[in-house]
Every structure is written in structure tokens, then in C-alpha cells.
Design a protein around this ligand. Structure first.
Ligand code: ADP
Ligand code: MG
Length: 139
């Protein structure tokens, strides 16, 4: 598949613990190019919009509370087959189940504090990238 983009987020716990530098080091050494990058503190409402696909699920309120609890770092990454490869690189949603060497295994702490987000489809990668970044913020 041609070069495409995925959207990643370093979640509040990992930002707070100062892990973002190490995580981006692993990301870029694995071949992803950083197209856009910013630190933001989402409001509850913004977190609800970002995660609206999960609206109605029992973890939606806790998830959006958590994702608006502190600064996060959002980034658009570009690579061949970015979405699928990045999902493999971050590992299972639950760090306990994630394979050795994956970001969630290395840096994750729990199901909610699982260190990073990764888009699950090309369509959602576009939607998520547009949520955080304007055209002027991409290089
Ligand atoms: P992923 O981030 O792997 O794509 P989902 O899109 O299913 O996973 O869920 C979004 C986020 O919501 C997860 O990364 C995780 O932090 C949290 N989450 C998912 N399922 C649960 C759950 N059952 N209980 C608590 N938090 C959850
Ligand atoms: Mg998801």
C-alpha cells in the first residue's frame, strides 16, 4: 500500500510521566515520518467529540474524563501502510495482552492508561487528523 497517514496520541499518563520523547524516538526509528505534532489539553466536550464512535459504551464517560484530564500530544504520522502497521506497533488495547516490544506493552499501565492512541482505518485517520490539525500545521 502507498504511503498513508495515521493519527497517534500520547495519552495523559504517558505525557505526565515524561515518556513522550522516548515514544517518539521509537516511532521515528521504526520509519514513521512526523507530519504534524502538538501538545493540547482537550476539554471534556472535545474528548467526547473525538471519541464519539464510542458514545453509549460503558467506558465512554471514564474515557473522555481521562482524555481531558491533562495535556496530550497529538501527531500525524506517515509511512507505507501506516494505519495497519501502527496498530501492530502499538499492540492490543489492553497492555497486559499486548505483545512484547509493542508501545502499549512497554509504556502502558492499564486499559485506560495504555500510553497511546492509533487510528483504526484510513477514513478515521483522516477524520482524526482533521480534528487536531489544519493544513497549515502539516509538513
Ligand atoms: P483502541 O484504542 O485500541 O482502538 P478502542 O477504540 O476500542 O481501543 O477504545 C478506545 C480507548 O478506550 C482504548 O484505547 C482504551 O483506553 C479505552 N477502553 C477501551 N475499552 C475499554 C474498557 N472496556 N474499559 C475501559 N477503557 C476502555
Ligand atoms: Mg480505537
Amino acid at each position: 500500500m502507498a504511503n498513508n497517514i495515521t493519527l497517534t496520541i500520547i495519552k495523559p499518563y504517558a505525557v505526565h510521566e515524561g515518556l513522550a520523547g522516548e515514544i517518539f524516538d521509537r516511532i521515528t526509528k521504526t520509519g514513521y515520518k512526523i507530519i504534524a505534532l502538538k501538545q493540547v489539553h482537550l476539554t471534556k466536550k472535545q474528548a467526547e467529540i473525538f471519541y464519539s464512535v464510542h458514545k453509549g459504551k460503558d467506558f465512554y464517560d471514564a474515557l473522555t474524563d481521562y482524555m481531558s484530564s491533562g495535556p496530550i500530544i497529538a501527531s500525524i504520522l506517515e509511512k507505507n501502510n501506516a494505519v495497519e502497521d501502527y496498530r501492530k506497533f502499538i499492540g492490543s488495547t489492553d497492555p497486559v495482552k499486548a505483545k512484547n516490544g509493542t508501545l502499549r506493552k512497554i509504556y502502558g499501565f492499564s486499559l485506560s492508561k495504555n500510553a497511546v492512541h492509533g487510528s483504526d482505518s484510513d477514513k478515521n485517520a483522516e477524520i482524526e487528523a482533521n480534528f487536531f490539525f489544519s493544513g497549515l500545521e502539516r509538513y
